[in-house]
Design a protein around this ligand. Structure first.
Ligand SMILES: Nc1ncnc2c1ncn2[C@@H]1O[C@H](COP(=O)(O)OP(=O)(O)OP(=O)(O)O)[C@@H](O)[C@H]1O
Length: 426
């Protein structure tokens, strides 16, 4: 048991796309780092160019199927130590998050690193979905998290995650990026332009002459980063214009600006309104039938041009189903008794769900799939609250007095070792 009066805990979440760090009790993380910007010994843009024999930097997650399997522990440690030095964190209890499908042994390794290398006085690993539900004040909820690596539906009952009912799908933010890239390239008739990080940005930016296809295969992490940065910028600026084909247009009328022009990094203008296939890209989240037919369509490609010969095959447990079916699958595998309550408490989170109308659409589709006696109620935070839901849940949890007895303390670790992590953090 960690018995400090005032814990001042450090809360960290290592997501597929973004990692978040900050202090327990705070409203927002004080530091966010793109997870891709980390290599074994450095962090930041220089990490993308650090060479290795395999060509390019090796990121923390080098597996397109499992967003939580840490494959480069040195990079994970570098990310942590860098965030701690930036936020001046020393000798604090640390809470980290786990999405519930990490491979066996990962939690023990994390626990060992925390106590042996970072000398933390206490440590705790909590489920991402349980924390997201908690951020909206719910102990029981069906959490639908739309991230970069994929979408995950997790039933949470009384704060406990039903692991056997957890369902993942490939249609996350990276998948949509590939769709947007394809449409833009088809419209403009040339490869997608990206903006090298050293070029001037802002009002006086010069057009970029760098194209995704001109970056060499050895720059694969850099290419992924450029693609992600360019298309996230597109989604952010045109998230309002990107619509769902089946949403009642009366509900969203007035949201589409008449002149919705996005300027690509090379200066090419793309009028989103003139390209219905562009503004309905998020519709892929709800489209029926399989959308990923080949290996190169895999959701979270590290090599965006499909040149990586070592690319693992897509995990068969990853579903290629629309968001509402994903939630429905997770719901159907939960106990009959709790389904009604889960549907009444559907929590939508993750930055990938920030397109306008996702909550309405999800609610409509699920209502159509469930008996009329069931009521679907989708709740979600606004803006950053939605994006940082699990981090915020961790921040709330660590500041509760009743939670303090749940920490795994250094004394306990010294006595029983990291195997205690398996019991403490199921
Ligand atoms: N305004 C926006 N509208 C839609 N999508 C967005 C927006 N901003 C960012 N995204 C997308 O959200 C995804 C990242 O979401 P988020 O930060 O929740 O992921 P993560 O937590 O790092 O990933 P994961 O949950 O898979 O571990 C990226 O694919 C990004 O392009």
């Amino acid at each position: 048991m960690f018995c400090g009066d005032e814990t001042g805990a450090y809360v960290m979440e290592t997501g597929w796309t973004n990692s978040r760090f900050g202090w327990g009790g705070a409203a927002d993380p004080c530091l966010q780092i793109p997870t891709l910007l980390t290599s074994s010994n450095t962090i930041g843009l220089s990490a993308l160019h650090s060479s290795s024999n395999t060509g390019g930097a090796t990121p923390i997650f080098n597996n397109p199927n499992n967003t939580s399997e840490i494959t480069n522990w040195d990079a994970w440690e570098t990310l942590l130590s860098s965030s701690m030095s930036q936020t001046v964190c020393q000798n604090r209890p640390i809470l980290s998050t786990d999405p519930g499908f990490s491979p066996p042994g990962q939690k023990e390794t994390q626990t060992e690193i925390m106590f042996e290398k970072f000398d933390t006085p206490a440590y705790f690993i909590s489920h991402t979905a349980a924390l997201s539900a908690f951020s909206l004040g719910r102990h029981t909820a069906m959490v639908v998290d739309c991230g970069g690596g994929g979408n995950v539906a997790t039933p949470v009952i009384d704060g406990m995650v039903l692991k056997r009912s957890l369902r993942r799908s490939v249609r996350g933010g990276d998948f949509l990026d590939m769709q947007i890239k394809e449409v833009i390239e088809k419209k403009t008739g040339k490869p997608l332009a990206v903006r090298p990080e050293r070029q001037t940005t802002g009002k006086y930016k010069t057009p970029s002459k760098a194209y995704l296809s001109s970056l060499t295969p050895s720059q694969k992490t850099y290419r992924s980063f450029c693609l992600h940065e360019t298309l996230t910028d597109f989604k952010k600026s045109h998230g309002v214009s990107l619509q769902f084909a089946k949403v009642d247009m009366r509900e969203v009328s007035g949201l589409i600006p008449d002149d919705s022009v996005y300027e690509l990094p090379d200066g090419t203008p793309v009028n989103v309104n003139e390209h219905p296939d562009l503004y309905v890209v998020p519709e892929a989240m709800f489209m029926e039938g399989p959308l990923t037919s080949s290996k190169t369509d895999a959701p979270a490609l590290i090599d965006v041009e499909g040149n990586d010969q070592d690319q693992p095959q897509t995990d068969p447990s990853l579903l290629d189903v629309p968001l509402h079916r994903l939630a429905h699958e997770a719901l159907s595998s939960a106990d009959v008794d709790c389904r009604k309550e889960l549907l009444m408490n559907l929590v939508l989170c993750g930055r990938g769900s920030c397109f306008s109308g996702v909550d309405t659409r999800l609610s409509k589709e699920l209502t159509a799939m469930t008996p009329s006696t069931f009521r679907v109620k989708v709740s979600s935070g606004k803006g950053e609250e939605r994006s940082n839901a699990s981090w915020i849940g961790g921040s709330i949890l660590t500041s509760l007095g009743s939670f303090q007895q749940l920490w795994l303390s250094k004394a306990e670790y010294d006595e029983y070792g990291s195997t205690l992590a398996v019991q403490r953090f199921p």
